[in-house]
Design a protein around this ligand. Structure first.
Ligand SMILES: N[C@@H](CCC(=O)N[C@@H](CS)C(=O)NCC(=O)O)C(=O)O
Length: 203
């Protein structure tokens, strides 16, 4: 039985939650309230000194960093084929996992902070404009990658599970995705999966 420490609105937490649903794993959720700062409680910091969600505990084995957790779980469930075995296909999945963490997610998370958690009179419009510009560039990169393919790694993989919460966030923040039709089709394909439907319903 896995324990996943997470928060309902956490994109990184949603990735791991989605994976566990995809493979039908036995798991329990341990909810943290990020607005109350529960991720910085001393007890939680013993599990994850970085003070962020998600953290996975697997029979005493503790792991944090969402994409490391996805890779760990993908190795544990080879039958699910969520991590390709060929060197090049696997490297392509790693590429998108890194793109998601280093490039795709950051401007979206910062935009969420600016537009939802920063009082209107303290928002920096120049910063917001720059972040939107980065989001549009990144959606263009996804659009090119998805032309002629259903999933960014070729077949459905942990890369899609990692990217999905942030396409969702882009849309949730008000992005009109219609300028990137392959991204729209991709998002519809992924978000229709029962795993994501269950994850998104957890509030
Ligand atoms: N690179 C980390 C990022 C984790 C992260 O930033 N989590 C956010 C929620 S999506 C969080 O816990 N924020 C609260 C905080 O930073 O105090 C991962 O992928 O797990």
């Amino acid at each position: 039985m896995y324990t996943l420490y997470t928060a309902p609105a956490s994109g990184n937490g949603r990735k791991v939650h989605t994976f566990l649903e995809e493979v039908g794993a036995q798991y329990q959720l341990s909810r943290l309230d990020l607005l109350k700062g529960e991720q910085k409680n001393p007890e939680y910091l013993k599990l994850n000194p970085n003070g962020k969600v998600p953290t996975l505990v697997d029979d005493g084995f503790i792991l944090w960093e969402s994409n490391a957790i996805l890779l760990y779980l993908a190795e544990k469930y080879p039958a699910a084929k969520l991590l390709p075995t060929g060197a090049q296909d696997r490297a392509r999945v790693f590429q998108w996992l890194l793109f998601e963490q280093t490039t795709f997610r950051p401007p979206l998370s910062l935009l969420m902070r600016q537009t939802r958690f920063t009082p209107a009179d303290q928002r920096d419009q120049k910063v917001i404009d720059q972040l939107w510009s980065e989001v549009r560039t990144n959606l263009g990169i996804l659009q090119s990658a998805l032309s002629g393919r259903e999933y960014i790694g070729g077949t459905f993989s942990v890369a899609d599970i990692a990217v999905l919460p942030y396409v969702y966030l882009a849309q949730d923040l008000g992005t009109d995705l219609s300028a990137w039709p392959s991204v729209v089709a991709y998002y519809q394909r992924l978000s229709a999966r029962p795993s994501w439907q269950k994850v998104i319903a957890w509030k």
